[in-house]
Design a protein around this ligand. Sequence first.
Ligand code: MV4
Length: 610
Amino acid sequence: MFDKVLVANRGEIAVRVMQACADLQIETVAIYSEADKHAGHVRYADDAYNIGPARAADSYLDHEAVLEAAEKANADAIHPGYGFLAENAEFARRVENTEGITWVGPTGDAMEQLGEKTKARTVMSEADVPIVPGTTDPVTDPEEVYEFADEHGYPIAIKAEGGGGGRGMKIVHAEDEIEDQLESAKREGDAYFDNDSVYLERYLENPRHVEVQIIADKHGNVRHLGERDCSLQRRHQKVIEEGPSPALSDELREQIGEAARRGVDAANYYNAGTVEFLVGEIPDRDPGEKLGPDADFYFLEVNTRVQVEHTVTEEITDIDIVKWQLRVAAGEELTFAQEDVDIDGHAMEFRINAENAAEDFTPATGGKLETYDPPGGLGVRIDDAVKQGDELVTDYDSMIAKLIVRGSDREECINRSKRALREYDIEGISTIIPFHRLMLADDAFLTGKHDTNYLDNDIATERISEAQEKWGSAAHANGGSEDVTEQELTVEVDGQRFQVTLEDPGIIVDGTQQPSSGGSSSTGGAATSGSNGDQTASLNGDQITAEMQGTILEVDVEEGDKVASGDVVCVLEAMKMENNIVAPTDGTVTHVAVSGGQSVDMGDTLVTLE
Ligand code: MV4
């Protein structure tokens, strides 16, 4: 096994990999950019190296800088996590060719073979894995598209060879769109992937997105660890992932898992990987009725890395995927057979993104985690790399944490997820926690009938705004700057505890405090009866006295006035807060001991009642 692993990544996945290293008693090395000097993965590692400026191209993506850090640190392996260099075949090859350093991942050649879409389709098809009807050779001439349409009909997907994640895919609904869409797919392929080669597939209208986790060693053993359903996506960004899929019957699950295993086996692949499939959904399926063995499923693409949502599979199989990545990279053999892989219970992953869902999921542009108090308890897992008081780093992606919840079945998992999301206390920045809570009250999601288009086409934006209002932490629009006007107070009424949030400095509520606004506030009619809160005064015999030192801003009663319990008698400013002093009982004012502008000490009499 390795002695010291450099983790070429940041954030929660870097910490996740380091935790697996710790479990294997391997030392860890972090790399970090200027923007990440105080980041969680740097705090976690045994050693850390600054490898350059905030811009990823100048740090996390800089092959030279990463390798140099590995050599300086004397690391004997590099784990890339996901994103950044994880699927860079050139870098993988370079590490493979560096004496004394092992790449924790598939070979550069395997990445290339499966990353090139028509090659992957060919490999899969030869291994008897169903592929979406289409071409396995690149297409250049519109004539070929016309012919394809004659044979298969519309709609047709024109996809860039190097594509993925929704980029470089064009949909053609009719003959007159063919030439334009073909040109546009080529252009995007060239721009994004430096590859203008495209191919064709029949376009499936409302598929589910199901992916199978694979782990393979260097001795030819390949295991599949069941599937995850990632149909809940927004503009190709996964939002909630779960496993097992709520839509698959056990027979179909077995077929898809075995197909993935065959395909990866045929590619001579090792380490962790994911095989993505589209599964034809039946439009008005009864949720109790799962998709059977005759349902259509098609290979889509292979991800040659550990994925964000690998946690879901870990929770339902009890297999530590990252640990196995390290073991198989070190040459160890898988110690479990396919029939030893047991899917037990249900798990969901909620991406905690620093975004405002009500504002079209705009990422936060800054802010500080004023409060960061994640949930815990049975079945609740948090993968993160932040702590309370951290400034948000906005140079990379917006995901600050992942909440993973496990239950004995989907229902328990959902109820526990509701509980955990309610417990998750983050203040200072907006997150999509309210959106997750909305999904856990959403019929399509709860019944598992949502397909990949659900969030983009069918969810009303008003519902998202309402969720944000109801469950979002308010008053952080100013990005956590000093002049936050919101106050949270705890009050006890007849011994019962209430949490009160004051958001508007113009509102005066008896028995609570509010920021001073220059002593010009009006109390007219604002007194409420029966208030028994923090009045900053006490009735001493029949005298109302000040409970703290301060200044009288105004006096609202005169001798002889009849007051009811709860009426404001005067306003005391103390520590820049205005405090409404209210009558604790009904009575008549027999003496007013103070006047506006007067300083009072704690215990001074303010007003006497009879
Ligand atoms: C498709 C498809 C329907 N038919 N291909 C989108 C991302 C890219 N990597 C593949 N994608 C799709 N390919 C055919 N022939 C629908 C999608 C698709 C999708 C796939 C997986 C998850 C979410 C998706 C959302 C929209 C479209």
